[in-house]
Design a protein around this ligand. Structure first.
Ligand code: NAP
Length: 259
């Protein structure tokens, strides 16, 4: 299917690897020009060069920490009028509410709530004026199905979901959509680092924890980031203008929904 977005421009946040990169790859494969963001400049440059070579689109790296106002300004300076915005960032560390400090809370809220809220606020009205906009937020299945050690993540991301729910009706008539993707376990570095935390806590090896987790999953496997990337690209397509305000769980039926 031709997604009808060749030649458009997308900002893809936190995308030198993992789920963000998979979204950028899927959009670039559709002929979308990419503003690619992450903090580490050299890994980002490598990812941008590889993507541009593979897909024949322009890929502009912007090394910036989106948890800071300066980082977000750098992104806005590099692209004033994107057609597509994919919000993403590193997730907060797992742990316990008994030990999180006010600074831990501030960092989680800055990274996983205020950063996407600020970028949506900066870009949504321009998209509406131009009559096309697609915004996708990568959040987490923990918003819908809490995991005890993921309180920082669940709380900060729930704030973002709440914000999104209040803006979609004002944008739908201008062909601007906003949707949330809620990944369950996907095979990325982030997942492995969460499993290392669990292995340490439970006194097991990483391999044991990974095998046990896969065995618990109905699909018997972790998600492939490319699967999430392609759904993101579809939500950003010209065909998806009637899908907005949705929170889509991608977890291989790990948490079946009531009908
Ligand atoms: P990942 O493989 O660790 O990749 C994270 C990417 O984000 C990297 O490119 C990283 O590059 C960049 N990044 C991190 N913090 C940033 C910041 N403040 N500003 C700009 N770039 C930043 O992680 P992932 O698994 O793709 O996860 C992506 C998001 O989905 C996270 O929020 C994670 O919690 C969430 N999630 C993941 C899973 C899963 O199973 N993988 C499940 C649920 C939710 P730099 O370090 O160079 O900045």
């Amino acid at each position: 299917m031709d997604l009808g977005i060749a030649g458009r421009t997308a900002i893809v946040c936190a995308a030198s690897k993992g789920l963000g990169r998979a979204c950028a790859e899927a959009l670039a494969a559709e002929g979308v020009h990419i503003i690619l963001n992450a903090r580490d400049a050299s890994a980002l440059r490598q990812a941008a060069d590889d993507m541009a070579r593979q897909h024949g689109v322009s890929v502009t790296p912007v090394a910036a920490d989106l948890a800071t106002p300066e980082g977000r300004q750098a992104l806005q300076d590099s692209c004033a009028a994107p057609d597509i915005l994919v919000n993403n960032a590193g997730g907060p560390p797992p742990g316990s509410y008994r030990s999180w400090t006010p600074q831990d809370w501030e960092q989680a809220v800055a990274t996983n709530m205020l950063a996407p809220v600020a970028l949506i606020s900066a870009y949504a009205d321009g998209m509406a004026e131009r009559g096309f906009g697609r915004i996708v937020n990568i959040t987490s299945s923990v918003v819908r199905h809490p995991i005890d050690a993921q309180g920082l993540s669940a709380a900060a991301r729930s704030g973002l979901h709440g914000f999104v729910a209040t803006i979609v009706r004002g944008l739908a008539g201008r062909n601007v959509t906003v949707n949330n993707l809620l990944p369950g376990p996907f095979a990325t570095d982030r997942l492995l680092s969460n499993f290392s935390f669990r292995a340490n806590r439970e006194g097991k090896s990483l391999d044991e924890v990974v095998a046990a987790r896969k065995a618990e999953l109905p699909a018997g496997r972790f998600g492939d980031p490319a699967e999430l990337g392609r759904l993101c690209a579809f939500l950003c397509s010209s065909h998806a203008g009637y899908i907005s305000g949705q929170s889509i769980l991608l977890d291989g039926a790990a948490h079946p929904q009531a009908l």
